[in-house]
Design a protein around this ligand. Structure first.
Ligand code: GAR
Length: 195
């Protein structure tokens, strides 16, 4: 089975959805490691409850991104990680990780890219007044939410929706669609790419 590392910075609801899918058997992969840049984030507790090894670090304690990403690479190699899944990891991936895991880093973004990249994408879409937004799953490149798109799912914004309503709908779709898409990748192209 392919071994993934999940990178996350916050609540970890998508992390939990992936853990649940693995436990149910609908996602056939092993979660080898959680990497978290915020030691106090709730996702850390979720990983501990699921008995998933955790590596936390504080970026400010390192001289540069290259230095902390080298340390992450060592953790990933020790855990024999095949691919990386970003689930609310709120940092740009740097050249060190991109070169170590080419085409093996996947991101979830809460908008229909290329619309609304960057932070607070759900709020950006809501404030822009669009009637359709959604989620995007894509390979990570050196840009901000710019890599090749793997899958997208639309979410309607109704006239009486609050920002909270839209956030709830987006998260519901993410929790179903991200594990499903990861499973498809594990079954198809990842089998080929990783062999
Ligand atoms: C998710 O909505 C994810 O799409 C978003 O962060 C949230 C994490 O929630 N990611 C980005 O905005 C990346 N640019 P979670 O911690 O509950 O999974």
């Amino acid at each position: 089975m392919k071994r993934m590392a999940i990178f996350a910075s916050g609540t970890g609801s998508n992390f939990q959805a992936i853990v649940d899918a693995v436990q149910k058997g609908s996602l056939q992969a092993t979660i080898a490691l959680l990497i978290c840049d915020k030691p106090e984030a709730p996702v850390v507790e979720k990983a501990k409850r699921a008995n998933i090894p955790v590596f936390t670090f504080k970026p400010k304690e390192f001289a540069s991104k290259a230095v902390f990403e080298s340390l992450i690479c060592k953790q990933l190699q020790d855990a024999k990680v095949d691919f990386i899944v970003l689930a609310g990891y709120m940092r740009l991936i740097g050249p060190t990780l991109l070169q170590a895991y080419p085409n093996k880093i996947i991101n979830l973004h809460p908008s229909l890219l290329p619309a609304f990249p960057g932070k607070e994408a759900i709020k950006q879409a809501f404030q822009a007044g669009v009637k359709i937004t959604g989620i995007t799953i894509h390979y990570v490149d050196e840009g901000m939410d710019t890599g090749p798109i793997i899958a997208q799912e639309a979410v309607a914004i109704h006239d009486d929706d609050t920002l909270f309503d839209v956030e709830r709908k987006i998260h519901q779709v993410e929790h179903i669609f991200y594990p499903q898409t990861l499973q498809k990748l594990c079954l198809t192209e990842y089998e080929e790419e990783f062999t």
